[in-house]
Design a protein around this ligand. Structure first.
Ligand code: ADP
Length: 189
């Protein structure tokens, strides 16, 4: 089987993390989740964490220079040779262009960009519920609304960016986790 090089795109709360983790497990490839990596950096009190924390709490994007560095370092690890699924990176055009610059060095291209589509109000409700369970410091209504706005303004334009490269597949993100997973599996073949 050829290695899969996938990218998961979609608004906060659409299930990117859940579906990416599942695909990573099924396909035996690493999930590269910049949000998780940044939360780990914040918890560890590292330089990256210090630069990221305030932006994450308000739901704004962490500076490109920081996130691109984190992604590039992760993509230089040997396990990436098996393929990868990017979850939460890139989140704007500058990051997408930076990724385009990294991939040739890895000797690969992106194979598929999966967009999880979902209704904003449903997502806000989901995230507020998650806030009660997980207690993430950015899962409060102000930050959630801001993350939605940031997604619309900065990240959603990447749908057209990847559509223009002919690697876009859109999947309905509403429904049970298993249903969405089945849709993704069908979409990426
Ligand atoms: P969600 O999808 O719920 O917003 P993530 O875990 O993907 O959750 O991201 C949480 C936060 O981490 C974002 O709001 C942002 O502050 C920061 N972050 C994650 N990935 C990036 C990125 N590629 N660029 C800039 N900031 C990022």
């Amino acid at each position: 089987m050829t290695s899969r090089r996938l990218l998961m795109l979609g608004p906060p709360g659409a299930g990117k993390g859940t579906q990416s983790a599942r695909l990573a497990e099924e396909l035996g490839i690493p999930q590269i989740a910049t949000g998780e990596m940044l939360r780990a950096a914040v918890a560890a009190g590292s330089e990256v964490g210090k630069k990221a924390k305030a932006r994450m709490d308000t739901g704004d994007l962490v500076p490109d220079s920081v996130v691109i560095g984190v992604a590039e370092e992760r993509l230089s690890q040997p396990d990436v040779a098996a393929g990868f699924i990017l979850d939460g990176f890139p989140r704007n055009r500058a990051q997408a262009e930076a990724l385009d610059g990294m991939l040739p060095k890895l000797g690969c291209t992106l194979e598929c960009c999966i967009v999880l589509a979902a209704d904003v109000e449903v997502l806000v409700k989901r995230l507020l519920k998650r806030a009660e369970i997980e207690g993430r410091s950015d899962d409060n209504e102000t930050s959630i609304r801001n993350r939605m706005a940031v997604y619309d303004e900065k990240t959603a334009p990447l749908i057209e960016y990847y559509n223009a490269k002919n690697i876009l597949v859109e999947v309905d993100g509403l429904g049970e986790i298993d249903e969405v997973a089945a849709r993704i599996a069908a979409a990426i073949g």
